[in-house]
Each structure stands twice: as structure tokens, then as C-alpha cells.
Design a binder for this molecule. Structure first.
Ligand code: DMJ
Length: 575
């Protein structure tokens, strides 16, 4: 066989093959011939590549336009109640690839990953192992009793972003240094959603048993909180001694969201350990609330744990109400929408009628918002916290018939527009904590801080995935840029004391890494990354794997290792 020594001067694989063939046919090792041929090939290759440049740009925008149209059609079908099979079939795969080659998404995703690395590295440097970083003071603070809240909250975000070294270092800290034996009165709600949720999600992604053992340890410490006459839990418990009580400022009552936002985590723990005791406690809460459920599905925020009845108090989709409604829908999804979880869906649908009854329009611009209720009186106020609702509505829409699904989806989109405008109407382009709606004035900031909350981004992620409308990605990008401009400092990310003046606070909330940055990353990733068919997000954005139907009854399920292929640096850049 004659060899062509200059073969690697030839610029493309195809041309190299041609030269090799020529050498073979001539049966000569003639470098001059090769070089001569190469010059021609280079010339044609050059012309070919120039043509590609001219051809590719219009083609790419055409691909983008068609992709948008497909996504929109997909959204319309969903609205009409037609559900496409979303398992990764070959057509799904090609759609996924189309999204991945979108250079704008790739660039945005990389910027979000860079933000995560900046937040994480700052935490590592100044607050390693503590609950939260105070970026201005450059130290840590144990706002949750010293449970490594930011570290545990970040595990799955690091994993999804393919930050393997960072994940491994955090994993080792969990294995070697995370102790729950703390003489500390912990919030049952915060500990469940951040710590139990974070650990279970890390377990589902990595398959590493250390996370499951730790999740079991902390949940066993929380469990006595449910030992009340009604089964409605106390909202605080001492992690070392197991004494449970309610916060002083609630007059002895339990809080609706704090009591009805542990179901996903405790059911998931029962599924993974095979021990039904967690699930039974959490599910009993819903059965008790079902007994007192009003016809409009709207429960006041205070419930008496002795009697199991609600106390006269505010009805809201914002603070202290919010995630109770979210979990009704998500437990139904986690339970594979089967008969045994049907009552969750029914309660949720009833509550959505209640939500619709609280919906109002602003003047002059016709923005939809969800007001609050106290007894017979309505208050024209909405928390930014309630901006999770558009995402929840969009997620639940497909369970309705076509007409209702369209109504719910339209409402979701209208509310998302309002939430986006919470951001757009301030000088910093970051939303305040809540808004008031006065006739003729659309919306005015009430409490004017911004603590890096995720709810609007969360809803934009759901809406983009479920409608295919890229506008939601652009809105998310606007908000991300506002965080970069106002909240990023050399030692992490801070909230704002005032979204009007831009004055900074001194706290990097753990949910910024758990939720805000994760939802942003997913907003610019293909929908197959943590697909809604396989995962359900807890209220702290920790994805929990949906167990197959036959494993739904508290049997131990085997989570194979690893079930998520991280969307790592290399893959990200190829996109
Ligand atoms: C998070 O801890 C959770 O999203 C919770 O449901 C509401 N509050 C924060 C984020 O704002």
C-alpha cells in the first residue's frame, strides 16, 4: 500500500479520502501530485465554506423560525387538551438538537453557569459549610441552625450544570461534616423544602446513598412535629430533643403553607426507603384539610393544630398560603395522576376556581393580578411570591378538557405578563416584594426589597416549555441581566434593600442557587433536561424523580445510578 506523506495537509476528511484513493489508483507515492491536488482541493473547500457561510445564516434563522412555530403549535395543541407523547422519541430528539444548536440559548446558559460558579465560589471562600453567605461582610451566617443550607440547596444545581468537582466536594462535606444533632428550633417547612428536598434530589440524580441516609436522619428528627391532635403539624421543632411547637407570632396556630408543603418530600422518602411512616404523616394532613375544605377551595393561612380548623385570617396565594396549593397539583403528578391521588387534583381544581374568583384587572393597562381576601374584604395586593402561580397553572392546564385548559393557560400567560412587569416597572428592573393596584395606576411597589427570589423565573420556565413561546426566554434573560447589574458584587450576589434606589443588602439567599439560577439555566436548556415527564420540582426547585406507578404505594424504589446525565461544560459549548 502506497502512503501519502502529505495527506494531513489536506483540509477535510472527504478530500483526504479522495487523495488516498488517487494515490492508491496511481500506485505511486508522489508528493508533488498530492500537493498539486491539495491546492485544488483547498480552493474548492474554500469556495464550499464561503458558500456555507452565505447559506447557513438564512438557514439558521429559518430553522429558528420553524422551531418557534413547532413549539407554538405544540403549545396550542396542549391548550386544546391534545397531549403529545413527550418521551424522547426520535422526533423529540431532533427537536432537542434544534434547541441545542440555538447559539443564543447556549450563550445565555453559559452566562447563567458562570453566575452559579461565582455564587458558589464566593460561598466556598467565605461561608463554607454555613447556611448562608453575607457577601458584603464576607462571612457566613447560620440562619437555619447550621445545616449547610446553601451547600445542600446547591447540590442538584451543580449536578445539572455538570460542575462535577464542585458537586464532589460538596458531597464529601455532606458525608463527613453534615450533622443534624443541633439544639436548635428549626422550621419544619424550611428544613423540609431545602434540606430534605435538596438531599433527595441529589440522591435521585447521583444515586449516592449518603444523601438518602442524611435525608432519613433529618426527617426522623422532624417527624414528631406531626404528633398533634389533628395531625396538622407544629411548624417548629428542636432537632436535638424533638420538642415541637408553633412560632410565637402565630398565636399558637400552624401556617397553611408550612403545614401543607412537606408531602412531596415525605412521599418521596417513603418511596425510596420503603418505610411508609413519612408518607402517612404528610398525607394525613391533606385528608384533615379535605374535611374542612371550603367550596371555593381557599383556606385561610392559619390552622389550629389542636382542632384542625382554620382560624379567621388572610386568604392568599402569596406568603404563608402559596406552596400549599402548589403541592396539591404536584403530589397528583408525583403519584402518576392515579386514582389514589385523585383527591389532590380535585382539591387543586376547586382552589383554582377560588384563584379565578380572586383575579382582577388593573387600569389603564389591563394587567391581571390575584388579590387577597380577609373575611368578606378584598385587598388589591399581590406578593411577588404569588408569581409561582402562572407556572403552576400552566403545569396543571393539561389535566383539564380543551376549553378549560385554554382558559387556565390564558390566565397563566396573563399573570406571567404582570409578574414580568413587576420587574420592568422599577428603575433597577428588579421586582419589589409586593405590589398594590390602585385604579388608574396599574401597579405600585409596596415593600420595596428584592431578595433574589425565583418565582417569576420559575413561571417563565414552565411557560416557555409548555407554550414554546421564546418571549418567555427573553423575559427571563432581561431579569437575569438586572440581577447581574444590581446584585452581583465581587464576593457573591446580594439582594436589594430597595429596588428603586438600588441599595444593596448583605445576604445571598440559599434559594438563589437552588431555584433562581437553576430555573434560569433550565429556561435556556432543552426541555428534555429534567423533563416534566420524569421529574417534579419541589417548592425549592429540587427535582424529585417520579416513581413508576407500581412503586407508588410506599414500596422501596431503586434509583439507578446516575439517572441524570449532567448537561456539562463540553456539551453546553457544542450547542
Ligand atoms: C423558597 O424557599 C421557596 O420557593 C418557597 O416556596 C417560597 N420562598 C422561597 C423563595 O422565594
Amino acid at each position: 500500500m502506497h502512503s501519502c506523506h502529505f495527506i494531513y495537509l489536506v483540509p477535510s476528511v472527504h478530500c483526504r479520502h479522495a487523495v488516498q484513493l488517487l494515490c492508491f489508483l496511481l500506485k505511486k507515492d508522489i508528493a508533488v501530485v498530492v500537493l498539486h491536488f491539495t491546492i485544488h482541493v483547498w480552493f474548492f473547500d474554500l469556495v464550499y465554506h464561503i458558500n456555507l457561510v452565505f447559506l447557513f445564516s438564512p438557514l439558521q434563522s429559518e430553522i429558528s423560525r420553524l422551531e418557534n412555530q413547532i413549539n407554538q403549535l405544540h403549545g396550542q395543541l396542549r391548550k386544546a387538551g391534545v397531549h403529545l407523547d413527550e418521551n424522547p422519541t426520535s422526533s423529540e430528539m431532533s427537536r432537542k438538537e434544534l434547541v441545542e444548536i440555538d447559539p443564543i440559548n447556549t450563550e445565555r446558559r453559559e452566562k447563567v453557569k458562570d453566575a452559579m460558579l461565582h455564587a458558589w465560589n464566593s460561598y466556598v471562600k467565605y461561608a463554607w459549610g454555613m447556611d448562608e453567605l453575607q457577601p458584603q461582610s464576607k462571612n457566613g451566617v447560620n440562619s437555619f441552625g447550621g445545616l449547610g443550607a446553601t451547600l445542600v440547596d446547591s447540590l442538584d444545581t451543580l449536578y445539572i450544570m455538570g460542575l462535577k468537582d464542585e458537586f464532589q466536594k460538596a458531597r464529601d462535606w455532606v458525608a463527613e461534616s453534615l450533622s443534624f444533632d443541633k439544639d436548635y428550633d428549626a422550621s419544619v417547612f424550611e428544613t423540609t423544602i431545602r434540606v430534605v428536598g435538596g438531599l433527595l434530589s441529589a440522591y435521585d440524580m447521583s444515586g449516592d446513598k449518603v444523601f438518602l441516609e442524611k435525608a432519613k436522619d433529618i426527617t426522623d428528627r422532624l417527624l414528631p412535629a406531626w404528633d398533634t391532635p389533628s395531625g396538622i403539624p407544629y411548624n417548629s421543632i428542636n432537632l436535638a430533643h424533638g420538642q415541637a411547637h408553633n412560632f410565637g407570632w402565630t398565636n399558637g396556630d400552624s401556617i397553611l403553607a408550612d403545614s401543607g408543603t412537606e408531602q412531596l418530600e415525605l412521599i418521596a422518602l417513603s418511596q425510596r426507603t420503603g418505610d411508609p411512616k413519612y408518607q402517612l404523616k404528610a398525607e394525613n394532613v391533606i385528608l384533615q384539610l379535605q374535611k374542612i375544605y371550603p367550596s371555593d377551595g381557599l383556606l385561610p393561612i392559619y390552622i389550629n393544630p389542636q382542632s384542625g380548623t382554620s382560624s379567621y385570617s388572610t386568604i392568599t396565594f402569596g406568603a404563608m398560603g402559596d406552596s400549599f396549593y402548589e403541592y396539591l397539583l404536584k403530589v397528583w403528578i408525583q403519584g402518576n395522576k392515579t386514582e389514589s391521588v385523585k383527591h389532590y387534583r380535585q382539591m387543586w381544581e376547586t382552589s383554582m376556581e377560588g384563584l379565578i374568583s380572586l383575579t382582577r384587572k388593573t387600569t389603564p393597562s389591563n394587567y391581571s393580578y390575584i388579590c387577597e381576601k380577609n373575611g368578606g374584604a378584598f385587598s388589591d395586593k399581590m406578593d411577588e411570591l404569588a408569581c409561582f402561580a402562572p407556572g403552576m397553572l400552566a403545569l396543571g392546564a393539561s389535566g383539564y378538557g380543551p376549553e378549560k385548559a385554554e382558559q387556565i393557560m390564558n390566565l397563566a400567560e396573563e399573570l406571567a405578563r404582570t409578574c414580568y412587569n413587576f420587574y420592568q416597572t422599577t428603575p433597577t428592573k428588579l421586582a419589589g416584594e409586593n405590589y398594590y393596584f390602585h385604579p388608574g395606576q396599574d401597579m405600585n411597589v409596596g415593600t420595596s426589597w428584592n431578595i433574589l427570589r425565583p418565582e417569576t423565573i420559575e413561571s417563565l420556565m414552565y411557560l416557555w416549555r409548555l407554550t414554546g413561546n421564546k418571549t418567555y426566554q427573553d423575559w427571563g434573560w432581561d431579569i437575569f441581566q438586572a440581577f447581574e447589574k444590581n446584585s452581583r458584587i465581587a464576593s457573591g450576589y446580594v439582594g436589594l434593600r430597595d429596588v428603586n434606589s438600588g441599595e444593596k443588602d448583605d445576604k445571598m439567599q440559599s434559594f438563589f442557587l437552588a431555584e433562581t439560577l437553576k430555573y434560569l439555566y433550565l429556561l435556556f436548556s432543552p426541555p428534555s433536561v429534567i423533563s416534566f415527564d420524569e421529574w417534579v420540582f419541589n417548592t425549592e426547585a429540587h427535582p424529585l424523580r417520579i416513581a413508576p406507578i407500581h412503586d407508588n404505594k410506599g414500596h422501596s424504589i431503586d434509583i439507578a445510578t446516575p439517572v441524570v446525565r449532567p448537561f456539562g461544560r463540553k456539551q453546553g459549548k457544542q450547542g
